[in-house]
Ligand binder design. Structure first.
Ligand SMILES: C[S@@+](CC[C@H](N)C(=O)[O-])C[C@H]1O[C@@H](n2cnc3c(N)ncnc32)[C@H](O)[C@@H]1O
Length: 421
């Protein structure tokens, strides 16, 4: 359906039905902590979400978990959507928007930009940049149709370069999955400005909220998983895959992966398993463990179907792993015998250093359990000048470091740690 067809066929809806659906959505968003402030609630109740997705039934439009996919690549993968309501409200809360602010939205469509326009008011400004001209046109049509035509400027372009004509911005809100922080985003933020984005680091996509603390330094935190469509253009993800055996591949987006021809069939090599003694309930969140694991050098995710693993993997399609030469170690999560609710992490190594690698991985999990499992999770520093050190993740443009403990050795980063807050 074209934009004009979608706009032209938009059915008239009963306002009472929309109010009922909105009440339900707002209650659910509050219950899961994705909506906290009166300001964001007012914006959600004011902007008619259905007018930005007229081809979808109302029940779907106002279901806070539903992603409304609007554009697809030739291979059938989605390239654009009206994102789920929970992710909009959560990111708006993290952005700390206020009247009068200048905001750049990366990834358009219109709905989120209209919410931002409500929050920054008539004294603020919203620029919404999208790489896809069809999405820009769609946004322009829907914004004009809902009265936001003068309050949001949709522009076409690759947001890798930000939007220099509108800079500097008080806030940059990214609504496509980034695998890096391009220099333009930091440069085009004011000091003290916030960058909120879904960032995929070593296979795990999360929403990060950073504050610019002078120069090129960003300081922030994360917590929430996300599943945005990937960035296109110059910032498209550059993950590398090396086949291990069968359908199993090692995927990494950061440090170099060994060339595929260097990968032996590790599952045919000697194996060693070490139980960690760390147990977890089926419903307990383990995202801080994922972040803790990504700080290991040689980290990657093993993907593939469970049958190809010698032992049952941690999850059906991604298993955290560490690769070093011809040795691979990964983490399993088998159920504890005679207990349907509890699982135990088991490190499994293959290759010449199987025992050492499995032991090191098991010890890493024990350290998480001891020191961080029930903590608030790390703060993050992003700066291109972070030194090569353990746990510093290198991307094309910058480096990212998780700081787990204020008292830990700082790798000469006192200047950065002092600036956090
Ligand atoms: C999930 S959609 C945006 C959702 C939207 N902001 C909303 O209101 O719900 C992601 C958008 O990012 C756009 N995009 C992807 N890569 C981009 C890039 N490099 N520069 C600008 N836009 C990009 C896609 O075309 C797509 O429309």
């Amino acid at each position: 359906m074209t934009t004009s067809e979608a706009a032209g066929t938009a059915p008239a809806h009963d306002p009472a039905v929309i109010d009922r659906l909105l009440d339900r959505a707002v209650a659910r968003l509050k219950a899961v902590g994705a909506l906290c402030s009166e300001e964001v609630e007012r914006a959600v109740r004011t902007v008619p979400r259905h007018a930005f997705a007229p081809e979808f039934p109302l029940e779907e439009v106002y279901d806070p978990r539903m992603v409304l996919r609007t554009r697809y690549a030739d291979d059938g993968t989605a390239t654009s959507s009206v994102s789920a309501m929970w992710v909009h409200t959560l990111m708006l809360e993290r952005a700390h928007l206020a009247p009068g602010m200048r905001v750049l939205e990366v990834g358009g469509g219109g709905y989120n930009a209209a919410l931002v326009a409500e929050l920054v008011g008539p004294g603020g400004s919203v620029t919404s940049i999208d790489i896809d001209p069809v999405v820009v046109e769609r946004a322009r049509t829907f914004l004009a149709g809902t009265g936001y035509g003068d309050r949001v400027e949709p522009v076409e372009g690759d947001a890798e370069h930000g939007h220099p004509p509108g800079a500097p911005f008080d806030r940059i809100i990214v609504t496509a999955a980034a695998s890096d922080v391009p220099p333009a985003w930091t440069e085009q933020l004011v000091d003290g400005g916030r960058l909120v984005l879904p960032l995929e680091v070593r296979g795990y996509q999360r929403i990060y909220a950073f504050t610019k603390r002078g120069g090129d330094l960003l300081v922030g935190e994360t917590g929430d998983h996300a599943g945005f469509v990937p960035m296109q253009g110059a910032g498209a993800p550059d993950s590398r895959r090396a086949r291990v055996t069968g359908t199993v591949e090692l995927v990494t987006d950061a440090d170099p992966v060994p060339a595929p021809e260097a990968l032996p069939d590790v599952f045919a090599l000697p194996a060693h398993q070490e139980r960690t003694g760390v147990r977890i309930g089926g419903m307990e969140p383990f995202s801080t463990l994922q972040m803790w694991m990504t700080g290991l050098s040689g980290f990657g995710l093993l993907t593939g179907t469970g049958e190809d693993f010698v032992h049952r993997p941690m999850a059906s399609n991604t298993t955290p792993a560490v690769w070093d030469g011809a040795t691979l170690a990964y983490l399993l999560l088998p159920r504890v015998p005679d207990d349907t609710e509890t699982y135990e992490y088991v490190a499994c190594g293959h290759g010449p250093q199987a025992k050492e690698a499995a032991s090191a991985l098991a010890e890493h999990v024990r350290a998480w359990n001891r020191d961080h499992r029930h903590g608030p999770g790390p703060r993050f520093l992003v700066h291109p000048g972070l030194p090569d050190a353990d746990r510093v993740v290198r991307t094309r443009h910058t480096r990212l470091l998780a700081l787990w403990d204020r008292a830990e050795p700082d790798h000469g980063l006192d200047w950065a740690a002092d600036a956090s807050g």
